[in-house]
Structure formats: C-alpha cells, structure tokens
Design a protein around this ligand. Sequence first.
Ligand SMILES: Nc1ncnc2c1ncn2[C@@H]1O[C@H](COP(=O)(O)OP(=O)(O)OP(=O)(O)O)[C@@H](O)[C@H]1O
Ligand SMILES: [Mg+2]
Length: 214
Amino acid sequence: MSQREDAARKVREWRTNAVKFAWERFGFDPDPWQKQWLDVLPDPERHRMALKACKGPGKTAVLAISIWWFLTTQGEIGHHPKGAAISISRENLRDNLWTELASWRARDDYTQRAFQWTKERIFSTDHPDTWWFSARAWSKSAKTDEQSNTLAGLHSKYLLFVLDESGGIPDAVMVAACRPCRADTSLRCYKPATRRTCRVRSIERAPRSVTCGL
Ligand SMILES: Nc1ncnc2c1ncn2[C@@H]1O[C@H](COP(=O)(O)OP(=O)(O)OP(=O)(O)O)[C@@H](O)[C@H]1O
Ligand SMILES: [Mg+2]
C-alpha cells in the first residue's frame, strides 16, 4: 500500500472513530465522560452536541480535539470543512479554546504540517482559502440583530460551530448555530451553574441532539 493510500485509509478509519483519532494523533487519553462525547461525535444523526460539566475537568480540551477531528476527517473533493468558534469574550476564546488548539497541535507533526495556526484562524496548508476554522467574537453592546450575525454567513456542506462557555452566550448570538433544522453541526459546552440561556432552545430537547457530561 502506498503512503497516500495508507493515509487515506487512516482518515476513513478516524472519520468513524474519534477516540482512535485523539489517541493516535495527540496521545489524548479521554476520561470516561470525554470518551462518551468522542464516541458520539462521528454519529451523523447527532447534529447538536452539548457538554455539561463542572469547572476544570476538560471541556475545552475535548472541544479542541473535536475541532481537529472535524478538520482532519470531514469534507470531500469540492467541499472542504469550515467552521467558527465563539466564547463569552474574545479574550476568553483566545486564552482557552484557541490556546488548547495550539497546544494539542504542537504535539503532532502531521497536524503541524497540514494546518497553520494563527491568532484568528486555523487553515489548511494546501487549501488556505476554503478549508479553515475561525475565531469570532460578539459585542456585548451590539443590538440583538447585530449579535445574531456573529456566526452568520458561513456556508459549507461540512460546517461546524463551536461555542465554549455557552452558558454565558446570549441566545441572539447562538441562534445561527443552534437551529435544530440546520444540517451543520454545533458543539457547545457549559457549566450547569451558568445554564442561563438555553432553556427555551434547549439542545437536549431539539431533534438529533445529545448531551454528555459529568
Ligand atoms: N484527557 C485529557 N488528557 C490530558 N490533558 C487533559 C485532558 N482533559 C483535559 N486536559 C487538560 O486539563 C486542563 C484543563 O482542561 P480544560 O481547560 O479543557 O477544562 P475546562 O473544563 O474547560 O475548564 P473551565 O471550566 O475552566 O473552562 C487543560 O490543560 C487540558 O489540556
Ligand atoms: Mg473551558
């Protein structure tokens, strides 16, 4: 088997097995609740995933692994994966999820070659214009309709929205990512104590949704 065929076979294998991807690429050994999340992640029937856990056990880390899994294994010729992440603030995103993405990437030569990391964007080395994941921010002082544009305007057959600390993100910002009828995927994590915003559009009750956690 040529090197290229071998790589393609691996990607096909990881596409349906995110736990194997996490271990073989980054040496990420999930705790049982993180494994539960990674087990569900490849399920095409689950478009809305929420991760609920207390302070500090590794929510953001498993979101970062999930983003690398998405960027590495999803897409097809002519349809590259893309997505965006938000958190409660630009600074929170930079210091948490964006830093986690960098530190897991630093553990893997392949990911370092295949994807470039910058403060605003991750992009494929070979297809920088069409295969990317961006850091976005919303303004607390903006009007509701302006906030709802934070995640708007992204189109792809393979689209991922990630919301870290989603308990502190207003519904107006979340709306583009959390519509149950949309075909793209959204991953959220929050601490139960701050589960303020999602009561109405509760991910747990939306079709094709799942909640994992501690
Ligand atoms: N399975 C794991 N293997 C190795 N390191 C891990 C694992 N899970 C989490 N970590 C590390 O533990 C630290 C804390 O994790 P993380 O920041 O993801 O927690 P969190 O639940 O998002 O915290 P917070 O509630 O403060 O947002 C990070 O340095 C992360 O890389
Ligand atoms: Mg976190």
